[in-house]
Design a protein around this ligand. Structure first.
Ligand code: SF4
Ligand code: SF4
Length: 435
């Protein structure tokens, strides 16, 4: 039996019966009105290159990225720009978007796709195409992949591409379905990314429960020009987190005598998007989204056009069984609260949910009972109870911002706290402010 690598300390088994089934995806309707935000990435707002009244085609550039962290934005349906909108997101941030009314014929949808051979392209040419089509990390903060590859250009040591197929959170259902339905695209995306980043090795990391994906991906990869390893991990959350992932990979490398060098970790949705950009010259027009939660009548994994409003997607899932108390984007564990159902799906929206119960830690708080659960689950070895109490004047001992800065925000402590205290939220805020 193959070794299963685990991180040593803390973590939780995160289960949720309200996630959608992972057997297949359903295609969502094309939106009559698309709302395309100019911020779908970690950096500055893209600069619009079209105005109200302009006609746009499917896949046309409508916003140009401005510097590191920013990415190009494309129209996802053909039509006309009918207005611009701005809205407040949770945390008081403002986002603005171009609203496109769907009209006219599609350039790509339903057409035979033209194939662009990439094998003869240099790593710089591949990086340029990936930047041109606005490819960002689709499961995280939306960091442009071209920035990540560019940073590797000056790497002194070798680089390993880490394919993150670790499903420690059931809300990653969309990634799992994508892996099964688009394994050939993911595999070719792996080879393109490895060439673009001049990698010397590929490691596909899988939770042992989903090891069948490893067989599918290695079969689709065929004879790779790079050495390929499969590494099995546990499924305890937060195994997918960069820190915990690196811990198990370093242990694997030591055991097997493998040199890893620098690591670049990308998930399956990002790798499929790299494939589409380079081989099909197509920006991110749609994405797989897990739609679920206790308030949703028919949870399902859907293939949704970027710019489709969240309210429309919920309607396609049968609507609500009752009035939801919390609507969010991402996993309920760490996801962002959505305050307006007109907010659209963007490149990084891997899941959306509507729940009948409130936000973790937002209600029903009571006094700490000193159970120690939060310490037991912290993978970093912090004392969330103490940090929280010192920070909030409930303990006279000195608050140590340096210790709080070690927190990587996995949320385990908050999830298990029987007193529903906002532990990780408070610790992260303190670390960001440095006090
Ligand atoms: S959120 Fe921070 S303090 Fe809480 S368990 Fe995770 S790493 Fe530890
Ligand atoms: S889990 Fe909550 S109640 Fe238990 S010690 Fe930690 S802060 Fe206190």
């Amino acid at each position: 039996m193959k070794t299963v690598y685990l991180f040593h300390r803390g973590g939780i088994r995160y289960t949720d019966s309200t996630v959608p089934p992972r057997n297949s995806s359903a295609a969502a309707f094309l939106p009559g009105l698309s709302v395309i935000p100019l911020v779908q990435h970690i950096g500055n707002r893209a600069n619009p290159v079209v105005a109200v009244g302009d006609r746009v085609s499917e896949g046309m550039l409508i916003g140009r990225g401005q510097g590191m962290g920013s990415a190009n934005i494309h129209a996802t349906v053909p039509g006309r720009v009918v207005r611009t909108v701005s809205w407040k997101m949770a945390g008081g941030l403002t986002n603005d978007a171009l609203v496109i009314k769907m009209e006219g014929g599609f350039e790509k949808l339903g057409k035979t796709e033209e194939i662009f051979p990439w094998q003869g392209l240099s790593s710089f040419e591949l990086q340029r195409i990936i930047a041109e089509f606005g490819i960002v990390e689709m499961e995280g903060s939306g960091r442009p992949v071209s920035d990540m590859l560019y940073a590797l250009n000056s790497a002194k040591d070798s680089v390993t591409l880490v394919v993150r197929c670790v499903f420690d959170d059931p809300w990653l259902a969309a990634d799992y379905v994508l892996c099964k339905e688009r394994s050939a695209a993911v595999a070719e995306g792996i080879r393109i990314a490895a060439r673009a980043g001049r990698m010397s090795r590929i490691i596909i990391v899988l939770s042992w429960r989903e090891k069948e994906l490893g067989t599918m991906l290695t079969a689709a990869l065929g004879n790779s020009e790079f050495p390929v390893d499969l590494v099995l991990t546990g499924a305890r959350y937060p195994q997918r987190n960069r820190r915990e992932l690196e811990l198990v990979l370093r242990r694997f490398a030591k055991k097997e005598g493998v040199k890893l060098g620098s690591l670049l970790a990308l998930g399956p949705a990002t790798l499929a998007a790299i494939h589409d950009a380079v081989k099909l010259r197509k920006p991110i027009l749609d994405r797989y989204v897990a739609v679920g939660g206790s308030a949703i009548k028919k949870p399902q994994v859907m293939k949704v056009r970027i710019g489709t409003r969240i309210g429309e997607i919920f309607e396609e899932c049968g609507g609500f069984v009752d009035k939801p108390r919390r609507i969010g984007s991402g996993s309920p564990l760490l996801g962002r609260t959505v305050v307006d159902l007109d907010e659209p799906v963007i490149k990084t929206s891997f899941a959306i949910f509507a729940a009948l119960s409130g936000q973790i830690g937002s209600s029903g708080q009571s006094k700490c009972i000193g159970c120690g659960e939060c310490r037991a689950v912290c993978p970093v070895g912090l004392d969330p109870e103490l940090l929280y109490k010192c920070r909030n004047g409930l303990d006279n001992r000195e608050f140590k911002p340096g210790r709080a800065a070690e927190c990587h925000g996995c949320g385990c402590c908050e999830l298990v706290c029987p007193s529903a205290l906002p532990l990780s939220t408070s610790i992260i805020r303190s670390a960001l402010r440095g006090n």
